[in-house]
Design a protein around this ligand. Sequence first.
Ligand SMILES: [Zn+2]
Ligand SMILES: [Zn+2]
Length: 249
Amino acid sequence: MIKITALGTNGWFDTQTGSTTCMMVQTDSYTLILDAGYGIAKIKQLVDFSKPAYLFLSHLHLDHVIGLHTLDYFGFEHPLTLVAPLGGKKDLLDLLRPPFTTNWERIPYKVNILEAEELDSFGFPFGVKALPLVHVVPDTGYRFEIEGKSIVYLLDTGYCENAVTLAKDADFVITESGFLPGEIDEGWPHMNPESAARLAVAANAKQMLLIHFGAALYDTIAKRQQAVDTGRKIYPNLIMGLDNMEFIL
Ligand SMILES: [Zn+2]
Ligand SMILES: [Zn+2]
């Protein structure tokens, strides 16, 4: 059984609509954590720390890594594998030290830091493929093959061919709606609900979950609902993400 939990569905900053970006995928044998916005603090109550855990980062914007400041709050009993985005390991190491946060080498459990280039050689207990996406900084999308299901994580990105490639025929695609319906900014690429829906259609995805609703634009849940309703005219299996939602695959 695979259980997916939305821990943080806001983009940019935390508000009453949710925490910043974090998703969790749990199986009987291990836990995947996708991005480390402040939503990651919720794993304290939800994760079985006796199982191995793997944390994948899409990119290093603070709304996706700020929760790394809470790593020493957790009690992982195995080494935590932390995957930096493509080309991002050096910058990640620059962040994981004083005066920004605790030195990662002094966290009370071992942390192994990899870069997404090194995935093939690591030997994960699941399949994983990484491709660069289109954002204002280097950004990595991931496709996971877990117990016969494909789960794809595409944060933050504009519409691009690599996103379609990763999402091809996927069982569950998690992507973003940083922008409102109809909104585009070529200089700061994000998805809006229509472009996310078009991506799902192009990729023939089975379901798509929208998260990372830009906090300033989506100040109410009603605005999320309106956006998802707009996207559903293009792709009916679009799901509105909310913090603490759970999905069983
Ligand atoms: Zn973001
Ligand atoms: Zn970003």
